[in-house]
Ligand binder design. Structure first.
Ligand SMILES: Cc1cc2nc3c(=O)[nH]c(=O)nc-3n(C[C@H](O)[C@H](O)[C@H](O)COP(=O)(O)O)c2cc1C
Length: 388
């Protein structure tokens, strides 16, 4: 059984999203403020729809925390959907009072979304039964759960950041420099280079004017990660596999890279691997970080660098061709209120996802029921490693 487990439930316009995370040690400080700070970051980014203005994303802690400190028991979170009041009848949990047809049914699937296959799989006529859960609104809860994991990592000195490197054709490959998280968040698209940011905003504006949508690439970096998390001894203990699974489990993510990633396939070994060299104290260090912080399924102690490719949003205001599933006739796809581009938000979500993967890997290696116990074990390990 995994040391850290989490689940979410809830529909996009339902009463609330709920989440449970189990395995967090006792003694960790958690409060609504930290959860709110990360929830607000998820709403960032030029190109979002107006749902972000409706939702306050205030997460309530309803289990596992007492007087601001975790108890070691499952942590339960609730996030009410403010927009639910407008959808109360359509999304009611109780059986309806009469046989009147429910409003805002969906019968024309959007290419690129879960609508059609979800309807076939669960035998729904009204595709709203699919899209309410397939919607990325659920990621608001994944961010909240990841924020709990992130608070644990912060106690161990591990930090996370992210940035956008591509939106459509606009690219920002500026190497990382010393920036505060606020500096990146203050960019309209969360890019490092302000000139590239302008080009990205323009890409979004042009796509929006054409009733179209955009995807892109974001990068998440974790620093100060203990060395040798994960393992090579069994396929399902390789840490890069867990990173890949977790990022591909984010809506609209179609590719994940670690370090050079696909780029490594195009160069020779001498340009792909990270050579060792002795440092001033005759300890071995890496000269580069092309591997992105994971080698042989284990963390190298270098920053973990993950990139993910997000496809363009599936809901187009100039809708794509589709079929009305009631009549079988060709028509245009359903339109739902939608983002034009959500890559900056996906980058923030990516931080939470990497936090969840790393918190689990740390708990798997070090165990510990209380934060003090865990901290002590990590400290001892870092001391041991430093001596080698
Ligand atoms: C932060 C974020 C926001 C998204 N917003 C929308 C949206 O407004 N409209 C939409 O059609 N898809 C949106 N998506 C993408 C869909 O949720 C996703 O394409 C859909 O669930 C189908 O899954 P798949 O793309 O992984 O195959 C968003 C994804 C993320 C990560």
């Amino acid at each position: 059984m995994s040391r850290l487990r989490f689940l979410t439930a809830g529909e996009s316009h339902g009463p609330a999203l709920v989440g449970i995370i189990e395995g967090i040690p006792s003694g960790l400080r958690i409060d609504a403020e930290i959860l709110l700070a990360q929830a607000r970051r998820r709403k960032l980014g030029y190109g979002r729809g107006n749902r972000q203005n409706i939702e306050t994303d205030e997460v309530r802690i309803v289990g596992g925390v007492r007087r601001g400190v975790t108890l070691g028991s499952p942590i339960a979170l609730v996030l009410e959907n403010k927009d639910h009041v407008r959808w109360a009848e359509i999304m009611r949990v109780d059986p309806p009072d009469d046989d009147a047809p429910v409003a805002r049914q969906v019968h024309v699937p959007r290419p690129g979304h879960a609508d059609r296959i979800g309807g076939i799989k669960y035998a729904f006529d009204d595709l709203r039964d699919v899209l309410e859960r397939a919607s990325a609104r659920e990621t608001a809860m994944r961010v909240a759960l990841g924020t709990v994991a992130r608070a644990l990592l912060a106690e161990l000195g591990v930090t996370l950041s992210s940035r956008v490197v591509r939106i459509g054709r606009a690219v920002d490959e500026t190497p990382w420099r010393d920036v505060t998280p606020d500096e990146i968040d203050s960019s309209p698209v969360r890019a490092l280079d302000p000139v590239a940011a302008v080009a990205m905003v323009q890409e979004i504006e042009h796509a929006k004017a054409a009733g179209d949508s955009l995807g892109g690439v974001f990068e998440v970096v974790a620093r100060n990660v203990p060395v040798a998390l994960g393992s090579y001894v069994q396929w399902d203990r390789r840490l890069e596999a867990e990173v890949g699974r977790t990022f591909l489990a984010l809506n609209a993510i179609k590719g994940v890279e670690l370090g050079l990633g696909f780029g490594a396939a195009a160069v020779r070994g001498s340009q792909a691997h990270d050579e060792y060299e002795p440092d001033a104290d005759a300890r071995t260090r890496y000269r580069t970080n092309r591997a992105g912080g994971i080698e042989g399924g284990m963390t190298t102690g270098q920053p973990i660098v993950v990139r993910a490719a997000m496809k363009p949003i599936a809901t187009l205001m100039q809708p794509l061709d589709s079929v009305d599933l009631r009549t079988g006739e060709a028509t245009r796809a359903h339109i739902e209120r939608s983002d034009t581009c959500a890559v900056p938000a996906a980058a923030v979500i990516g931080e939470s996802l990497l936090a969840l993967v790393l918190a689990e890997a740390i708990l798997d290696k070090f165990g510990g029921d209380s934060l003090d116990e865990l901290r002590e074990r990590v400290k001892r390990w870092q001391h041991t490693v430093r001596a080698r």
